[in-house]
Design a protein around this ligand. Sequence first.
Ligand code: IPM
Ligand code: MG
Length: 365
Amino acid sequence: MSKTITVLPGDGIGPEVTDSAVRVLDYLFKKFHHDVHFVKALIGGAAIDAEETPLPQKTIDQCKASDAVLLGAVGGPKWDRQSMTVRPEQGLLGIRKALELFANIRPAKTFAPLIDASPLKREYVTSVDFVIVRELTGGLYFGKPSERRGPHKEDVVDTLAYSRYEIERVVDKAFQMAEKRRKKLTSVDKANVLESSRMWREVVTEKAQDYPDVEVNHALVDSTAMQLIRNPSQFDVIVTENMFGDILSDEASVITGSLGMLPSASLRTDKLGLYEPVHGSAPDIAGQGKANPLATILSAAFLLRYSLDLDKEAELIETAVQRVLEQGYHTPDLQVNAAQTTSVNTAEMTDQVIAAIAAQIPEQV
Ligand code: IPM
Ligand code: MG
């Protein structure tokens, strides 16, 4: 049966990096005769320019009708200067909400050739391998809009609101991930101050009964920010509120050497998911062929694994990325440790990844 991937290139380097990932996916689909096709749709600043809204209804409809969504990045100075009422970021938040993508998976795993690029000492980062599960459709990002601005414009309110089921479903996802990994879950909150965090803790403690093999720790978000730098390899799965997860995942991204390497998956209960690099739209380097496509290519591997059940193909991509780095290929943002290093542009990096995938597939006779 034919499957559809909606591609939302967005702004800045978004179009370049999604083009790269689509080339890699297309190569694999042809090679293994999978009937998958791509449809593009508008989001972010590009959608504001064309349709005066960061998230046109037809983009939502198109995403809902597809099997997976691949997104580049949104935003840039062009739209920052406009009135604050319409912003590219609303497109991103809107599509997450419209598709009910409540669990955002952001891994931080060391790539051996990049270790020296980490701002932390080598011995702290060699065995880093953890996943942040960030709640994505509630919490501080989605307080009731009607309550946000007081009548006198002197009062402003952002509410951190959760319903119990919203916490339960993301915590369940995190426990399931922990079960398949090293069976360690750190639930991050601010229970010494916030009521919502106290309910979060309650839910985690209750859910822990269903996962007796998983060791659970509760930690405060400020202390976790410190522990991530002090001893990042202690973590396996971290589950947390939307805004806490946003902040901790940026912190986590530099530990492993480059923001340009980190993929993400935004999931819900069925197979439909949205896949995007953790990095932003990098408008300063857009259109120059300098963008590192690896985070988006690795996001495409997640897409294969979580939405299309193509685990073998996902692994081919992940191994290929590893090999390309070991061979010393790097975009300008990467500091790679190899006997010989070669600086490449976005398209050449993509060619190298495809070649490294091809090298793993035995010749057909
Ligand atoms: C992210 C980004 C977004 C977020 C912004 C662009 C709205 O920082 O995906 O982490 O805060 O969720
Ligand atoms: Mg962020």
